[in-house]
Design a binder for this molecule. Sequence first.
Ligand code: HEM
Length: 404
Amino acid sequence: MTETPTGAAGRTHTLPTIPRGRTGVFALPTGLVAMAEAGPIHRLRYAGGHVGWIVTDYELCRRVLTMPEFSSRPDLRHSAIHEAIGDGQPPEDRPGMFVGMDPPEHTHYRRIVAAALRLGEMRKLQASITDRANALWDACRGDTIDLVSGIASPLPALVITQLLGVEETTSHTLTRCLERMLSLESSADEVRGMFGTIFDELGRVVLRREGDHAPGFITNMIDDGQLSHAEMTSVAFQLYTAGHETTTNMIALSWLHLLANPATAEAIRGDDTAIGHAMEEFLRFFSIIQYGISRAAVAEVSLGGVVIQPGETITVSLPAANFDATRFPDPHVLDVARKDRGHLAFGFGVHQCVAQQLARVELTVALRVFLERYDEFALDSYAMKDDTIVHGLTRLTVRPKRSP
Ligand code: HEM
């Protein structure tokens, strides 16, 4: 364990910052692997100078995410990677921002949203998502095709905007705003600006549904009568901002892996059960929320042999937990037949991804449609994202094997 006494302010500069810098698209930062091997919990220097913790052990990560002593409130947490804003958290306080709440306030909103996103409802979207995916594939033309800009990015954007009832033209504007909002290169002012633009647009969508009652997710929530206009806008905002980048990158990385490993593609093609297992292993192995998720201690807590003080931020390293060898044998081997759903890619505890069933439906469709066309393309090139909150690809190009 990298232990330094709390309050040793003069020595904080010697403490590690969050390990970054991957040597390859499917390799964790070597610093993170070394940290996890050295012990389950470590001191960590945050971007703004705060001294907190990082936990790398699977069981300890799950404990942090289930203990009421750790809060999700963004005003209490520090960011390990960005001085000005939290880990992609909205920088303003608006009613209904349940992602940054703790129980029991969080529980109220979570119940309403979870009910609207339950598996049965999400499965009903399968056919329309498949149609959209096929239409995007059919629209791809050229000697080389970028599967990220052509399909992996627009597909989740279309799905979430369709779910929320956003017009397609507005969807393109929102996508560009979201990219800038999530970019680590944007200033805090830019992030706030993009946040405002997306929020206002979704507010107009909610207003339209209040007027026309067009069937769909928002109207269901209006009819449910439990949320105000402002709260519904916040719910729409959180689903929109959390539901695009994540799914896009999972799709792109899964496709890259299959393009590079034809035997795996062959082994799972046409077999929905095998595709399901592969998808879970992809979620574990890619661990795209690469800098983990954070919580703030609101009480003194003894954990893994250290004492965490109130006010200290703790980062739960989802990648490190997902590669914990005591939980996942041979963790650095991507084994599509692993048949293990215990990964923490969607987090754990009360904030565990509320839309994971939708994400799974989207990923399954994306894999299925891709595998159906697998013989038509060959890998051309790809480019890894450079140090972003959500790991993934900026480009994945393929060459059609026959001219269209
Ligand atoms: C493969 C894709 C996805 C991954 C890997 C992912 C990952 C996560 C993780 C790790 C959390 C927990 C955050 C925390 O505990 O602080 C989370 C929460 C959340 N996710 Fe996802 N997510 C994905 C897809 C989606 C989609 C498609 C949506 C929306 C349509 C979405 C909406 C949310 C929301 C609203 C929360 C907050 C839940 C709460 O605080 O109760 N996610 N997600």
